[in-house]
Design a binder for this molecule. Structure first.
Ligand code: 13P
Ligand code: SF4
Length: 336
């Protein structure tokens, strides 16, 4: 531990969500992070929605399922999560005895926020004959109240793995839920949550873009609204979208998901054109404000001082582990 006033640092953490310590401007952050990874036997897991400079130094970059699978099998002593809070919580639930760090504790998720524990508990109790499938984008408390967790990569398979007569609650994403109802023909009860990033793609602007780029394919994440999904050429998780652009022979794509994924798409297919799907606000692209709270500086500081750390109440952790393990087991069965 370096010589900092730890009380000041901790009180800062509580209000700011990240460690506020001056960094020598001459410090090579990438080299320092790589050194800390080795020294502390730490693994750096990053979601595709992180800034490209963070993706470039990660040990593993992936979607929510890939990241959970990596967290489950890592032999590192410390997991540094460049993503949002629910992802780091999932890593902690799978590794209760390891230190799990998140560079900024305020990196939350509008979907997770849309399912408050008490309201969800009440909803669940009103439907005791339903199984609860929760999208991984939810808090540890909601996971603890769920029967199976899913991600956008395995949601369809998980719904289809249940007997036809089984009644299902799907939470918290109403858009993904509605998409799954369409795909599987199952009549699920949906929680009314949504992702602030995927909800605001503009049908009008995308339609205009398609006119200007008639050969471009529209590829979308299933968290998008039905009006966008209906006109999409391909729908899938971030990993599925990336794979699609690598294997498909089109040269231009309009990408209706968070912009971070464009970095890997461009690296994998340098000669193709990737156009970020435009939102209804004044921006040209769609950034997740939570994901983008992580920076190289915060990443370095959290690894150096080993905080902020993810801690979850033991009872919640034990209850939340079962539905996550069920998801990982079903995913393995289907080779996902
Ligand atoms: P996937 O990682 O499953 O593609 O989900 C995207 C997302 O919104 C993560 O927050
Ligand atoms: Fe949550 Fe949406 Fe951001 Fe993903 S992109 S972390 S679902 S707010």
């Amino acid at each position: 531990m370096k010589d900092i006033n730890i009380d000041v640092a901790i009180s800062n953490l509580e209000t700011e969500g990240f460690l506020k310590v001056d960094i020598d401007p001459a410090l090579d952050l990438v080299a320092a992070i790589n050194r800390l990874k080795k020294e502390k036997n730490a693994v750096l897991l990053a979601h595709y929605y992180q800034d490209s400079e963070i993706q470039d130094i990660a040990d593993y970059i992936g979607d929510s399922l890939g990241l959970a699978q990596q967290a489950e099998k890592t032999s590192a002593d410390m997991i540094v999560f460049a993503g949002v809070h629910f992802m780091a919580e999932t890593a902690k639930i799978l590794n209760p005895h390891k230190k799990v760090l998140l560079p900024d504790l305020k990196a939350g998720c509008s979907l997770a926020d849309s399912a408050p524990t008490e309201a969800f508990k009440y909803f669940r109790e009103k439907h005791p004959d339903h199984i609860v499938i929760s999208y991984i984008n939810c808090t540890a408390e909601i996971k603890a109240l769920s029967d199976i967790i899913c991600t956008s990569s395995n949601a369809q398979k998980i719904v289809e793995s249940l007997p036809l007569e089984q009644k299902i609650i799907f939470a918290p994403d109403r858009n993904l839920g509605a998409y799954l109802i369409k795909k599987t023909g199952r009549d699920m009860l949906l929680w009314n949550g949504a992702c602030m990033v995927h909800e605001i793609f503009s049908l009008e602007k995308i339609t205009k873009l398609k006119i200007r780029h008639p050969k471009a394919k529209l590829i979308s994440h299933p968290e998008c609204e039905d009006q966008i999904l209906r006109i999409s050429d391909y729908i899938g998780s971030t990993t599925a979208l990336l794979n699609y652009t690598q294997n498909d022979n089109a040269q231009e794509y309009i990408v209706a998901t968070e912009t971070g994924i464009l970095h890997q798409m461009q690296l994998a297919s340098p000669n193709k054109l990737f156009i970020p799907g435009p939102p209804t606000n004044h921006c040209a692209c769609n950034d997740c404000p939570h994901m983008k709270l992580n920076t190289l500086e915060k990443l370095y500081l959290c690894m150096e001082y080993e905080m902020p750390e993810i801690n979850i109440e033991e009872k919640t952790m034990i209850a939340a582990r079962k539905p996550i393990e069920r998801m990982l087991e079903i995913s393995k069965r289907y080779g996902l």
